[in-house]
Design a protein around this ligand. Structure first.
Ligand code: SF4
Length: 390
């Protein structure tokens, strides 16, 4: 099946709103929706609001009015991604510094499916370098259909998981075979921010006049670290907040890492882990990513960790968002909105999310446990080799 994977929206996406409606009217199904961090910073634009207007509460309210049984937050799964990816990074870093020659650095973030597809085709000899952590969308699906289904006393097939994403590549990601069990995908339908706006309009919901509502629990609670996944530099900043405390055992006083923020396509920063200097690279846009990867391939990379996102600005500039027509000011306003939401959160480090702690104590055990590996980690394919065989 051919589906759109264009990260910038240059190709027309498939409209899956009919699949959502089909699920919502099926009385046999429990329909669960998750919303990605960047959606709340741009959805308002589809209803004439200023770029950078945060509409988190109205978005939740609209989704409840549309009839979803549970309205959850992908930010929860972003916190979970940090638990797994941050632990994996520290494990690799420690072994590397101890002289283990089998360990490779830098570790590369793996939450952007357009970027994952890119390296599978373009840098297949490096598929053992990215983190094995699934993206937040896919972690959410795996947890919803195991842990949460069990809490509801239902089978995984009784649940339909819908995602609202800023992204066209996420439609492709949830069709990858490794993200399904016996043909039942962990995430059944992915729609974009624009498709959600269409659903709201078609249901005659007056979005602007909606009251704010809260996400449902337990998969709706998130920290500021989960929120900043929506912008370039945010994934690595979230990882640093947790990795710092896990590594040093010390309380991190200031959680904002200004040196990791910005809008330049290629950025680098050194973060001090209590005497240990970590070199971090950040790229958004695949042309910029290629530059960093050529250095890694040539053995010239100075970095311990690299964050890569395919879209300009990261997910705030995703191909499924209201069109920004390359206007960087709009992206900057969305970015500010994301940082505002982070600053307003009571908890801003992923490992302090009480529902994440509960998930580990009740179900997963610990990060990188056997069950965590089974549900939350993945593997990559050498797509160059596959196309040669075909
Ligand atoms: Fe999708 Fe975000 Fe990657 Fe763009 S940067 S392709 S929106 S995951």
């Amino acid at each position: 099946q051919c589906v759109a994977v264009c990260p910038t929206g240059a190709l027309t996406e498939r409209d899956y709103t009919w699949k959502v409606i089909e699920a919502l009217v099926d009385p046999q199904k429990t329909v669960v929706v998750q919303t990605a961090p960047a959606v709340r910073a741009a959805l308002g634009e589809a209803f004439g609001m200023e770029p950078g207007t945060l509409v988190t509460g109205k978005m939740v309210s609209a989704l409840k009015k549309l009839g979803f049984d549970y309205v959850f937050d992908t930010d929860f799964a972003a916190d979970l991604t940090i638990m797994e990816e941050g632990t994996e990074f520290l494990d690799r870093l420690t072994r590397y510094l101890d002289g283990d020659k089998s360990v490779k650095l830098p570790i590369l973030t793996s939450c952007c499916p357009a970027w994952v597809k890119f390296f599978e085709h373009q840098f297949p000899e490096m598929i053992d370098i990215p983190s094995t952590a699934k993206s937040p969308q896919q972690m959410f699906g795996a947890i919803a259909k195991s842990y949460f289904a069990k809490k509801l006393n239902k089978k995984r097939e009784d649940l339909v998981v819908v995602s609202v994403m800023p992204c066209l590549a996420k439609k492709y990601e949830c069709t990858r075979e490794e993200f399904a069990i016996n043909g039942d995908a962990d995430v059944n339908v992915s729609i974009t921010t624009r498709e959600l706006a269409r659903l709201i309009r078609n249901a005659n919901i007056d979005f602007a006049s909606l009251d704010d509502e809260d996400f449902d629990q337990p998969l709706g609670e998130s920290t500021g670290a989960g929120v900043i996944f929506g912008t370039t530099g945010g994934v690595i900043e979230a990882a640093v907040r947790t990795a710092y405390e896990l590594h040093t055992g010390k309380h991190l006083e200031k959680v904002e890492f200004e040196e990791l923020r910005g809008m330049e396509g290629l950025r680098k920063a050194t973060v001090d882990f209590d005497g240990m200097k970590l070199n971090i690279g950040i790229a958004h846009g695949l042309g910029n990513a290629r530059k960093l990867l050529e250095d890694v391939r040539a053995g010239k990379s100075e970095f311990h960790a690299i964050e890569i996102m395919a879209c300009p600005g990261g997910c705030i500039g995703g191909g499924g968002q209201p069109y920004h027509h390359g206007n960087v000011d709009i992206l900057k306003k969305r970015q500010k909105a994301i940082y505002r939401e982070d600053a307003g959160k009571a908890i801003r480090k992923s490992h302090e999310n009480p529902f994440i702690q509960e998930l580990y104590s009740e179900f997963l055990g610990r990060p990188l446990s056997d069950l965590s590996h089974e549900l939350l980690h993945t593997h990559y394919f050498n797509r160059k080799k596959l196309s040669e065989i075909e």
